[in-house]
Design a protein around this ligand. Structure first.
Ligand code: DNO
Length: 390
């Protein structure tokens, strides 16, 4: 696999010079300054590409070319937005940037409740506390009938453990973690400058009234069918990111959560350019997913790999864990064997050795990811050696 790294553009505190020194080969990035739904011009793409190349690196993957909400819920302007998306894709194709990651998650890209969950060794990780998430949904968003989406044990835990410790400040932090800090930097719907993120979030949820999983699936297939001719012309591989966490949340449908979902969207548009970002971390946040088996099954339709792993607790919480994990070794073995050149990046990693003081985007520390990359390189080396001996 190609060793890539998610870099957030020229303003990223982690420079391309630093990345070159730690053995990164390819860059994963986006035109983060272009608002969602606007065209990525060939000029802007080339400008960033030249900058990356001046460091001896290459722009390997776009993460993400965001899909506007209106395309997802099927709004009146969706065809117009799809046309713009096609122009951006063609411009990327003309520049030779041909792997494009996107997601089809309504409203919320990914969800965590805690961004600095302490580990016993002094580092910290991202964490999803189901009872705190229920509190956000039921008590802060006050979504109609939200209680019915949670099991009795989670509601009890919310009442006994979360409610007593919540005050205005901890509520503010929970909102910030769930809908601001994890979303703004991925071109999400809410940014740090929004004065009332909860109100904005409620109005976004309303856009999906009446859209169930089948409706969302139809809209995804409509989008994919419309863009495939451009992908065929320029050789662009689209790779959808699985839903994180892989389950419906906040009453919203989620359609890339499990084996059957993956099979369904691949079959709906059976073009090899319609593929998957194999995000082991997102898939492992659902206890229903056998991550190594999914890697084996979908390797041939995978165009991009995200390596990290979660441990799901019996109460439904999940915690991001060390990259040194048996399941990841298995996943690496599959991709090294079947898709040797596919771009791979380490995904979220712990905050460590002063990372916490710098203010990196949530999940995207420097020391933590550098350690994870070293661990992944080690696992890759052993696997390659194993394969050569066969
Ligand atoms: C979070 C990321 C996601 C991902 C998008 C892809 O850390 O994994 O934001 O980039 O869902 O479209």
């Amino acid at each position: 696999m190609e060793k890539t790294w998610r870099w957030f553009g020229k303003k990223d505190k982690i420079t391309l010079d630093m990345l070159r020194q730690i053995g990164v080969e390819g860059i994963v990035t986006a035109l983060h300054e272009v608002p969602n739904g606007e065209i990525w011009t060939e000029e802007a793409i080339r400008d960033l590409q030249r900058y990356i190349e001046s460091f001896g690196l290459q722009w390997s993957v776009v993460e993400s070319l965001p899909v506007s909400e209106s395309i997802k819920y099927g709004g009146a302007d969706r065809d117009e937005l799809i046309e713009k998306y096609k122009i951006s894709l063609a411009n990327l194709g003309k520049c030779g940037v041909k792997t494009v990651c996107y997601n089809f998650m309504p409203v919320l890209d990914w969800a965590r409740t805690e961004l600095e969950y302490p580990n016993s060794d002094g580092t910290s990780n991202l964490y999803f506390n189901k009872a705190e998430f229920a509190y956000f949904d039921i008590r802060i968003l006050k979504r109609a009938d939200a209680e019915t989406d949670y099991d009795a044990a989670t509601l009890r835990r919310m009442a006994e453990e979360v409610v007593p410790r919540m005050d205005a400040e901890s509520e503010r932090r929970l909102v910030e973690n769930i809908i601001v800090k994890t979303q703004g930097f991925v071109n999400g719907n809410i940014s740090e400058n929004d004065l009332d993120p909860v109100a904005k979030f409620r109005s976004l949820l309303d856009l999906y009234a009446g859209i169930d999983a089948d409706g969302l699936r139809r809209n995804m297939a409509y989008f994919l069918r419309a863009i495939m001719p451009v992908c065929d012309e320029y050789g662009i591989d689209m790779c959808v990111h699985p839903d994180d966490p892989p389950m419906p949340i906040l009453g919203l449908p989620r359609i890339v959560t499990c084996d059957a979902d993956i099979e369904a969207f691949l079959d709906a548009v059976p073009n090899p350019h319609n593929g998957l970002t194999f995000c082991a971390g997102s898939l492992s946040a659902g206890a229903h997913n056998d991550v190594p088996a999914l890697a084996r099954k979908y390797a041939s339709r995978t165009h991009f790999v995200h390596l990290r792993i979660c441990n799901v607790l019996p109460n439904g919480d999940f915690k991001e864990a060390s990259h040194l994990d048996e399941r990841l070794i298995d996943v690496i073995r599959t991709f090294e064997r079947e898709r040797a050149g596919v771009p791979m990046r380490v995904d979220h990693a712990p905050l460590m050795l002063g990372d916490e003081k710098i203010g990196y985007n949530a999940g995207y520390s420097f020391h933590g990811r550098m350690l994870a990359l070293g661990q992944v390189e080690g696992m890759m080396a052993v696997v390659r050696n194993e394969l050569q001996k066969r």
